[in-house]
Design a protein around this ligand. Structure first.
Ligand code: UDX
Ligand code: UDX
Ligand code: ADP
Length: 463
């Protein structure tokens, strides 16, 4: 079967870039990305590519090439579903904030709404592709909704988890380590799998396209994120031990990473991992394990999150303790708010939790981040519900320029590893700060000896 018309429901961090690349590489397929959020769609359609709703290096070029050729962004969800032979579901699956599984299970409300909408609208057979990260066996639920509420048309369900990382989304999509496609192990299932394989095969080498059964594919996504997050928590756990023993976490990471069984990547000690996936997916894994009665398995993976919370907490406590156990009324400059560099995404960013803890001690925080808006920072804090929105707005402010953020500050905390932070005139920053001038490098990106020579008191995680 040759797919001619694709619809993707959800124009977010996953749906937007993925469909842009699929459209760029398959000019003969019409790709329509739909979303109920009209302002998001308007931003995707904006003439000025700087206004795209997502910042990803290289994304503007891909969108410029494909948009209005065979890539379209629209709010007309029904029309796009009806016209499509293949529908990607790429809506958000946040952690549940209510009811059974609150704080752990994935909230599948948006997925179910999509499935019901597809069932209602579809008048011809379609392949449905799960792109959002989903708990294992979600395809069963989607299938049941589609078959029981539809117009009698046939659906095949595929799982095709996305492994791109934010900040490198375009590069990851262009040259993925692997593409994973899970489907039913039946004749129709194999045909559907092949239809999706063909789309990726226009640019991904065949040997990097893996096909599995549905459940392996769904579970592999959660497992990959759990393993990656576990590496960060493992090195972060060691960073605390390094600080008390005189070992240097970078030297330890380098030494162990040379072992090809361990490998050098994902061993950077930090203030803690963030992002929309790691915590959510591990919580999901823990919830699933518990729901099968596998308590030892659940506890094992939960420890990765406990360690991550500890690391964020520890960083904030270090700041408070070093500033003579009182930061009330002191100005603390934050460089960075995003959960990693090269993205404007702040979901689960360590900065939010560190800020919240410092605000509890009545600090006054001034943030500079090259890509994150003030509104986003405020809504991140307000979401925690620790204090009133007015207090958040009063005690955490945002400036558009780093030197202003650091002026008269008692301390600077690095929360995101933006490259530009390394290039600042640190002597100028020092001259304008309160003394003693403290730097807390939560990402280990600055030249510690240079800062010390200038006169800074420096704390770096794991040293
Ligand atoms: C992750 C997975 O990498 C990706 O495959 C999946 O599709 C989605 O989830 P993402 O969350 O975008 O991607 O970013 P990632 O690069 O994995 O970083 C996650 C967090 O871990 C960031 O906060 C990052 O700063 C932190 N991290 C990562 C470290 O602290 N140390 C490291 O060595 C690596
Ligand atoms: C280990 C370290 O590998 C080596 O670097 C160190 O110097 C000594 O300890 P060893 O114990 O001889 O070496 O064997 P290793 O190959 O690491 O296996 C250890 C155990 O893990 C074995 O029981 C092995 O069967 C098991 N294992 C290993 C698995 O169950 N799965 C794997 O994927 C790898
Ligand atoms: P991700 O990181 O998984 O891409 P995002 O939150 O960035 O998550 O994107 C998900 C998008 O899906 C949001 O823009 C949201 O408006 C959209 N969405 C959720 N439910 C529906 C729906 N039923 N129909 C259309 N779009 C939806």
């Amino acid at each position: 079967m040759k797919v001619k018309n694709i619809c993707c429901i959800g124009a977010g961090y996953v749906g937007g870039p993925t469909m842009a690349v699929i459209a760029q590489k398959n000019p003969d397929i019409k790709v329509t990305v739909v979303d109920i959020n009209a302002s998001r769609i308007a931003a995707w359609n904006h003439d000025d590519l700087e206004q795209l709703p997502i910042y990803e290096p290289g994304l503007d070029k891909v969108v410029a090439e494909a948009r209005n050729r065979n890539l379209f962004f629209s709010t007309d969800v029904d029309a796009a579903i009806e016209a499509a032979d293949m529908v990607f579901i790429s809506v958000n699956t946040p952690t549940k904030t209510y009811g059974k599984g609150k704080g752990m299970a994935a909230d599948l409300k948006y997925i179910e709404l999509c499935a019901r909408q597809i069932a209602r609208v579809a008048k011809s057979d379609k392949i449905i592709v799960e792109k959002s990260t989903l708990p294992v066996r979600t395809a069963q639920a989607i299938k049941s909704i589609l078959h029981n509420t539809g117009n009698g048309v046939k659906f095949q369900i595929l799982s095709n988890p996305e492994f791109l990382a934010e900040g490198t989304a375009v590069a990851d999509l262009m040259a993925p380590d692997r593409v994973l496609i899970g489907g039913e192990q039946t004749e129709d299932g194999f045909k559907a799998i092949q239809a999706l394989v063909n789309i990726y095969a226009t640019w991904v080498p065949q040997e990097n396209i893996l096909t599995t059964n549905l459940w392996s594919s769904e579970l592999s996504k959660l497992t990959a994120n759990a393993f990656l997050a576990q590496r960060v928590s493992s090195i972060n756990a060691l960073s605390e031990l390094c600080e008390v023993t005189g070992a240097d976490v970078n030297e330890v990471a380098n030494a162990i990473g040379k072992d090809s069984r361990i490998g050098p990547k994902f061993l950077k000690a930090s203030v803690g991992f963030g992002g929309s996936c790691f915590q959510k997916d591990i919580l999901n894994l823990v919830y699933i394990a518990k729901s099968y009665g596998l308590d030892a398995v659940a506890d094992y993976w939960e420890q990765v999150i406990i360690m991550n919370d500890h690391q964020k907490h520890r960083f904030a406590s270090k700041i408070i303790q070093t500033l003579y156990n009182t930061i009330s009324g002191k100005k603390i400059a934050f460089l960075g708010w995003a959960f990693k560099k090269d993205t404007n995404d702040t979901r689960e960013s360590a900065a939010i939790y560190v800020a919240d803890q410092l605000l509890e001690e009545q600090a006054s925080i001034v943030v500079f981040d090259p890509k994150v808006t003030k509104q986003k920072m405020q809504s991140d804090l307000n979401y925690l519900n620790t204090r009133s929105e007015e207090d958040n707005a009063q005690y955490l402010t945002t400036v558009p320029e780093p030197y202003e953020a650091c002026k008269d500050a008692h301390a600077i905390a690095i929360l995101t590893e933006w490259d530009e932070f390394k290039t600042y005139d640190w002597q100028r920053i020092y001259d304008q700060m309160q003394k003693p001038a403290f730097v807390f490098d939560g990402r280990g990106i600055l030249d510690q000896s240079q800062l010390k020579t200038i006169g800074f008191q420096v704390y770096v995680i794991g040293k």
